[in-house]
Design a protein around this ligand. Structure first.
Ligand SMILES: [Zn+2]
Length: 299
């Protein structure tokens, strides 16, 4: 009995010690300026986090602009860049699974998916749920709201600042949403085809129809067999515009578009490049690309 009591007191001592150090363990890492260090897998998310965080956090972008999340291969430098981050925001659903592995390697807690409140599309050429849900302003607002809540949880003392930044950003997204609707009103043709099946949410939000898409190897040049199949689908569906993406060459598709009598354009799912240096600018850039193509303007 005495032995047992001694065990109990030993446990109590350990618990008391844990209780003493617990606040230190639970504290979110901050830099010298008292800012959080957080990360985001892809550029649109990074830009949303940057806007919502204001000066409350330093934000690290994992996927370099111009690279495809579908084919990304992280390097040791990628892992080092993540060191000290208290959270990494991800899209999930197979788009950026590499982020979870990276986070583990860098000692960052489990990634936070930002799809809260978003109804996922289940019709997707890549199979499973369509992960490109950031490509509409209404979904951007949901993502920003999720990010703000997560940042606030980690830095409650910066809550007021984060809420102010969120309100300003949501207002910007509302303005962008109205502008996109204005740009895409009264188009002569609303049926599009895309080389990369990334624009289902954009189409749903803004009244377009993705009549053909293929996701043979996202982010890579399609092979001849897929091009033939793509052409067949476009002919069959009365599509007026075909969109490639910045990572694929427009030149390769130009003769195909000419044969089919469709306008060729470029839609960018990721941004971070000149002309779409921010997430809001990216959405507007894509809307302008569709509006121009619908009126027969080629890049
Ligand atoms: Zn994609």
């Amino acid at each position: 009995m005495a032995v047992h009591r001694r065990d109990v007191s030993a446990v109590a001592v350990v618990l008391a010690l844990l209780w003493l150090v617990a606040p230190a363990i639970g504290t979110t890492p901050v830099d010298a300026a008292g800012r959080l260090r957080v990360a985001a897998s892809i550029f649109p998310l990074y830009d949303i986090v940057r806007h919502v965080a204001g000066s409350a956090a330093e934000v690290v972008l994992v996927l370099p602009p111009g690279a495809s999340p579908h084919t990304f291969e992280p390097t040791p430098a990628t892992v080092r860049a993540l060191a000290g981050a208290s959270v990494i925001f991800v899209v999930g659903h197979g788009l950026d699974d590499w982020a979870a592995r990276l986070a583990r390697g860098a000692g960052v807690p489990d990634p936070v998916r930002v799809d809260r409140g978003i109804r996922l599309r289940r019709v997707y050429a890549g199979g499973g749920a369509d992960p490109h849900y950031w490509l509409s302003a209404p979904n951007g607002k949901r993502i920003a709201t999720t990010v703000a809540a997560e940042l606030e949880r980690r830095a409650p003392d910066r809550g007021a600042e984060i809420q102010r930044a969120l309100a300003a950003y949501l207002a910007r997204l509302d303005t962008a949403d109205r502008e996109i609707r204005r740009l895409l009103a009264d188009l002569p043709n609303r049926r599009i085809a895309t080389v990369h099946d990334a624009f289902g949410y954009f189409a749903d939000a803004y009244g377009l129809e993705v009549a053909a898409a293929f996701e043979a190897f996202p982010g890579r040049e399609p092979g001849p067999r897929f091009v033939v199949e793509f052409q067949r689908k476009i002919r069959a569906s009365g599509v007026g515009m075909v969109f490639t993406e910045p990572q694929l060459s427009v030149a390769a598709l130009r003769p195909i578009a000419r044969d089919l009598g469709v306008t060729l354009g470029v839609l960018d799912p990721l941004g971070g490049l000149p002309g779409r240096e921010g997430y809001v600018e990216l959405l507007l850039w894509d809307a302008r690309a569709v509006a121009a193509a619908a009126r027969g303007v080629t890049p």
